[in-house]
Design a protein around this ligand. Structure first.
Ligand code: GLP
Length: 241
């Protein structure tokens, strides 16, 4: 793991955008794996700025997202479809038909999981996968206890995850209880992974990532098994290591 310790959230976001833009310039037909949550929002703002001011084009880029809440219509303001559209896609020259997310209202969840994994295999491997990390070490929505050989599947969200994500909803009751997420194995199929972590509330999780053995109890620890991970972390998140 290549570890880059930066001063703050803005520096993390800028450095991450440089890495994404380098990938897209090197291969205009890149496949990018994308994440949601507060962490990548600064990266996405920088990518939008790069499109507007630095001539970076996403016209031929394809994107595949990690996860989606189960039960939310794709037009619901808190669906990850909406998140990606509002925070990134609508500001770029990307073609919407080249952007993929799991379908949160699929008639059969099992079939949707199989379809999504097959899609990943068909368009992949992802050249560069962006990842954030939950305070309990989740990546995508792979909560503690998720096996290393997991593919796209439906999971029940941890109470702690629902509580942290409640800030995006009007109340905790509205946070979905389940989600569809790529599995650990699906994520590790990517050529390169860019892990972004920022802020004091993630410091304990960063310490665990750095010091605990690789185990299902802390899903992000499986990233140590991948040969090309860049971990950009700010000083607040790294201060306990
Ligand atoms: C969310 C997402 C993850 C994200 C993580 C951290 O629930 N499913 O992909 O990395 O939790 O979120 P945040 O960046 O808001 O701290």
């Amino acid at each position: 793991m290549n570890i880059e310790i930066v001063e703050n959230y803005d520096e993390m976001s800028k450095l991450a955008a440089e890495i994404v833009e380098k990938q897209v310039v090197k291969n205009p037909r890149s496949i990018l794996g994308l994440a949601t949550g507060s962490t990548p929002m600064g990266l996405y703002s920088n990518m939008i700025e790069g499109f507007k001011n630095r001539g970076i084009s996403y016209k031929q880029v394809r994107t595949i997202n990690l996860d989606e809440y189960l039960g939310l219509n794709r037009n619901h303001p808190n669906s990850y479809h909406s998140f990606m559209h509002e925070n990134l896609f609508k500001h770029l020259d990307i073609q919407m038909r080249n952007t993929y997310l799991p379908e949160g209202q699929a008639a059969s969840v099992d079939e949707e999981c199989m379809r999504y994994e097959a899609l990943l295999d068909r368009i992949g491997p992802v050249h560069l996968q962006i990842l954030g990390m939950g305070t309990n070490g989740h990546i995508g929505f792979n909560e503690p206890g998720t096996p290393e050989d997991s593919l796209t599947h439906c999971i029940e969200l941890d109470e702690s995850t629902r509580n942290s994500n409640a800030r995006f909803f009007d109340s905790l009751d509205e946070v979905p209880t389940h989600a569809i997420t790529m599995g650990i194995e699906s994520i590790l199929k990517s050529d390169k992974i860019l892990l972004l972590v920022s802020g004091k509330e993630k410091a304990q999780a960063v310490k665990m990532l750095m010091e605990e053995p690789i185990s299902e109890d802390f899903p992000a620890s499986f990233l140590w098994k991948h040969e090309d991970v860049t971990f950009i972390v700010d000083q607040d998140a790294y201060h306990l290591v």
